[in-house]
Design a protein around this ligand. Sequence first.
Ligand SMILES: [Zn+2]
Length: 186
Amino acid sequence: MEREIPVEIVYKDKRNSSGRIREGRIVLYISSRLSKAEQARHVHLLTRRLLNQRRKLDQLAFLPLPEESSVVPGRTDEDLARIAARLDRRYWRFGDVSIKFRKQESRWGSCNPASRRIHISHRLKDAPLQLLEYVVAHELCHLQIPNHGAAFWRLLSRAFPEHRRLRALLHAYGLWRNLSDGSVKS
Ligand SMILES: [Zn+2]
C-alpha cells in the first residue's frame, strides 16, 4: 500500500504550473490563468509525476546522502585521479588517463578515448562514493569500448557486476538533486 501524501495547492498568476515535494507534502503551484478543467489536469499530471519520482527516490533510502543544509566538502580532481587509478589497477590496467570534474548538467561523465580524457559532472563531487566510483568505472571502460554493447557491460562487470542497480540508483540520485533545488514544469 502506498503511503498517502498530503497535497497543498497554491494558485499563482503565472503561465506555468510547477510542483515539488517539501517535508513530506506535495506542494503544487497552479496557474490561476487557466480554466478549471486545465487546472485539474495540471494537478493530476504534476501529482502523478511527483509520486513517480518519490517511488524512484525510495531506492536511495540506504545510501548516505548529503543533507540539503549541510556543507559537504566537495571532492577534488586529485581525489578523482586517485579513485580512477585505484579502480584501473584493480580491474583493467588501461593505463594513464586525464580525469577531471567539469560543470556539466546533462551528463554524468564523458570520455574521449583518442585523447584519453575523461570528464565527470561536478554534480558528483558530493555524491555517495559508490555512485561516483560507478561513473568513473563506466567512463574508464569507454577507453576500450566506446559503445554500450554487450562487451562493454562485460568489461564494466569486473568492477560492478550489479551495474543495473547502480544505474537505477544514479537516476534516482539525479532526481533527488533536482528535487532539492528545482521544480517540475507542467
Ligand atoms: Zn557510457
